[in-house]
Design a protein around this ligand. Structure first.
Ligand SMILES: Cc1cc2nc3c(=O)[nH]c(=O)nc-3n(C[C@H](O)[C@H](O)[C@H](O)COP(=O)(O)OP(=O)(O)OC[C@H]3O[C@@H](n4cnc5c(N)ncnc54)[C@H](O)[C@@H]3O)c2cc1C
Length: 391
């Protein structure tokens, strides 16, 4: 069955990637084998339909793939989150036939890598404060949009071939639109983010658009639909972060159990000391609880997917995904901390997996909705919109 084949391919990819990732992490270098190996195992179009060269994975197969990839670290998973959950899903939902042929198809083969650019230096938690603008131009070169602005803290920014960019109409700041920006054209300058705390093997960067010309055909959806498109994409993105964190917790559990059996202190394996057992029990609870919340959120999202125009189902999916993400990212951070504690002094080294999970999971509490914003979102959905404390 294709779902089994995909699961096997994801597992083989992760196994082959791990020793390369271990080395790249210690050297704090970009893992240049990530894309070639993902291509080798045909993982860059997991959810894209067969018509566009993808593997058409069903939702649960994809979530399990993200859980497995999450075991290799949040940096690796976030590469997939952006390429697949945010950009490809968004294009499948809103892309024109021409955009699907020109961008989605090559992306499914891994010949085009995506980034998704909403955040700016002055617009993070509140993307509506963005300053990047577009305006429509018609001249001898034809009909196009001119984009100006800076996007900041963008995953895959310097390795992407095509970037989904959100910008506001220069003559109407209430109107946001989404565009596909080719990274190899004139008018874009990119640079990597330096001195990152974690995820050193995957790319985070920024770019500036100066009179960048976007062909008219690269507008996604309709003009003014940008904010709706971004918010819907973030539901998929958040779910992918939560699923990756489930995998990270599982890896912490495996590491904690193995080390607790190996390491001997006071004449017995430390796993026989009750306080060490408490850590293991709590990681297991976090794993099961986070996984259940992700599966529940997936169910709610599938209900909305079946009726995309149903606002009630969309709100239910949005809430369930926000809850799953908030819980899973914190559970993953705590699980890494407990696994590190079991490792004792060795745990404080990046030679071992818990330290890497700890720093790499930390950023999951910031992107795709900070802890604070998700708490406000959950509370206001219970209290009613008059109690909305943000935005
Ligand atoms: C490694 C990494 C990768 C990223 N990848 C991408 C990407 O691919 N694409 C993209 O578009 N963005 C990306 N981001 C950006 C990320 O989404 C933002 O960092 C995030 O939304 C927070 O924005 P900010 O950093 O500007 O923080 P701010 O919005 O300035 O927030 C600072 C603090 O204030 C709190 N705060 C703000 N407003 C409120 C409020 N109303 N009530 C309570 N607390 C509040 C926040 O929760 C936070 O704790 C990435 C970030 C990182 C670190």
């Amino acid at each position: 069955m294709e779902a089994d084949r995909l699961r096997e391919d994801v597992d083989k990819f992760c196994r082959e990637l791990r020793p390369i990732e271990d080395l790249a992490y210690l050297e704090r270098k970009h893992n240049d084998m990530l894309i070639p190996l993902a291509k080798k195992y045909n993982l860059l179009g997991m959810i894209v339909s067969r018509d566009y060269g993808g593997r058409d994975a069903d939702n649960i197969t994809y979530i399990k793939a993200l859980e497995r990839i999450g075991m290799e670290g949040s940096g690796i998973r976030s590469f997939f989150s952006v390429h697949t959950s945010l950009a490809q899903r968004l294009l499948m939902r809103y892309g024109s036939e021409e955009q699907k042929e020109r961008y989605l198809k090559p992306s499914a083969r891994g010949d085009k890598i995506f980034a998704f650019a909403l955040t700016e230096p002055d617009a993070g938690s509140n993307p509506l404060e963005m300053k990047t603008t577009y305006h429509s131009v018609e001249d001898v070169d034809g009909h196009y949009y001119l984009l100006n602005g800076t996007k900041y803290l963008i995953t895959n920014a310097t390795i992407a071939d095509a970037i989904i960019v959100f910008a506001k109409d220069s003559s109407n700041s209430m109107r946001m639109s989404a565009f596909i920006v080719d990274a190899d054209r004139e008018g874009i300058e990119r640079e990597p983010l330096v001195a990152k705390m974690g995820t050193p093997t995957t790319d985070t960067g920024m770019f500036e658009l100066k009179d960048y010309k976007v062909p008219r055909g690269n507008l996604i959806g309709k003009e003014g639909e940008g904010w709706k498109i971004a918010k819907e994409a973030l539901i998929d993105g958040r779910l992918s972060v939560a699923a990756g964190c489930v995998g990270s917790i599982k890896d912490c559990l495996i590491e904690a159990v193995r080390y607790a059996k190996e390491r001997v202190q006071y004449g017995k394996p430390i796993g026989k000391h009750q306080l060490v057992q408490e850590h293991i029990a709590m990681i297991e609870l976090d794993y099961k609880a986070a996984r259940s919340m992700v599966r529940h959120a997936l169910l709610m999202k599938e209900r909305w997917d079946r009726e995309p125009g149903d606002e009630v189902k969309k709100r239910a999916a949005d809430l369930a995904v926000a809850e799953a993400k908030l819980f899973a990212v914190n559970a993953a951070y705590d699980a890494a901390d407990r696994a590190l504690q079991i490792y004792g002094g060795r745990g404080w080294s990046y030679l071992y997996r818990p330290a890497r999970h700890l720093v790499d999971n930390r950023v999951c509490r910031i992107y795709e909705g900070t802890d604070e914003i998700l708490k406000l979102k959950i509370a206001s959905s219970l209290l009613g919109k008059d109690y909305r404390a943000y935005g």
